[in-house]
Structure formats: C-alpha cells, structure tokens
Design a protein around this ligand. Structure first.
Ligand SMILES: Cc1cc2nc3c(=O)[nH]c(=O)nc-3n(C[C@H](O)[C@H](O)[C@H](O)COP(=O)(O)O)c2cc1C
Length: 173
C-alpha cells in the first residue's frame, strides 16, 4: 500500500479479531515508534507492549472511554519521560504505529485516560513510574469491522486550506 493510500483509507478501529499479533509485527510496530522524529531527537518516550490477557482485561476495566480495548490481542501504552512538548512527540510515534498497523490489515483506536485516578491505576498495573506522563493506550489487532467507505467525514479543504495568505480561498489546483 502506498503512503497516501494508507493515510486515506485508515480508519479508527474498535473491533478486533481475536487472532494474536505475531511477534515480528509487534517488533516492527515498536520499530516504527522508535524511528519517529522527536524534538531535538530527545526520544523522550517509552512503549509498553502488553499481550497478557489478564492485564489487558484489567486495562479494559480502567478504560471507561474505551472498554473494548479488553478484546484487543495487543495494547501498546505510550509514556513520555520529561518531554518539552510531550503530546507533539508522542503524536508522531502514535501516527507511525497506526499507519504501519493499517498497512498490515490491523487497526487501533486512541484511548486516553482523562482522570488522574485512572492514570495512577494504569501506571500501578504496569509498573510505570508515577512521575512519567501517560499519553494513551493503543489497542492493536486485525480488523474485524468492515471499513466504512469514505470514513468519518472531514471538513472540506475550502474551509481549512488557504492559498498564500490566511483567508485566501484554496482553489484545489
Ligand atoms: C487524541 C485523540 C483521542 C481520541 N480518543 C478517543 C476515545 O477516547 N475513544 C474513541 O472511541 N475514539 C477516540 N479517538 C478516535 C477519534 O474519534 C477518531 O480518530 C475520529 O472520529 C476520526 O475518525 P477516523 O480515525 O476513523 O478517521 C481519538 C482520536 C484522537 C486523535
């Protein structure tokens, strides 16, 4: 799949087949995160790959925003350690994993933890130092749901793209 096509067809996936993710694919997912760009190349991240069913079930119980993560065969938890702009760096790594996963017939869904207590519970469960910043849990698995055509709608380019100066209509050329 070429890069544009991967980006254009990717959809958030919330329904996974139970099939395990082969270890070489888990390794490649982590490699795509590792090779992501970061500010000053600080690489202020950690990625906890969880495949133990009991641990995944417990993560699903904590994740009230996305309890379906309990059904994923793999969860990668993204943690930042002292980053200047953690969400920018983490976002690059997350997107790289998501696009690679899509190209392998897999999918994921960003599930964050808004409540401080939820974050504390996840850190405790996975032995993540409490002072680190928990960004998200990404459930990964082979896609069980059919891609939904064009996907969730996006604003038209005429609303968000500008030509030369802000406010000059983009002509789509
Ligand atoms: C920062 C961020 C947080 C998100 N949080 C959730 C979430 O808690 N639960 C959920 O089901 N989807 C979550 N999503 C997925 C978005 O709802 C989804 O990306 C958006 O609706 C566009 O759909 P698409 O990814 O299929 O194109 C999140 C996405 C991002 C980027």
């Amino acid at each position: 799949m070429d890069v544009f096509n991967t980006i254009r067809t990717r959809r958030t996936v919330r329904d996974f087949k139970p099939d395990p993710v082969p270890s070489e694919i888990v390794h490649k997912l982590l490699q795509t995160a590792r090779w992501s760009p970061s500010s000053s190349n600080n690489q202020p991240w950690h990625f906890v790959a969880v495949q133990d069913r009991e641990t995944i079930k417990k993560l699903g119980e904590i994740a009230t925003q996305g309890p379906f993560i309990a059904d994923a065969p793999l969860i990668i938890v993204v943690v930042m350690d002292g980053a200047f702009r953690p969400t920018l760096d983490a976002g690059r790594a997350i997107q790289q994993m998501e696009l690679y996963a899509w190209s392998e017939g897999m999918g994921t869904c960003f599930i964050g933890f808004r409540e401080v207590d939820q974050q504390r519970q996840v850190k405790e469960l996975l032995d993540i130092p409490q002072e680190m910043e928990l960004i998200t849990t990404l459930p990964f698995g082979y896609r069980a749901e059919k891609p939904k055509g064009q996907g969730v709608p996006r604003k038209p380019l005429s609303e968000i793209a500008h030509s030369e100066r802000f406010g000059n209509g983009y002509d789509g050329g």
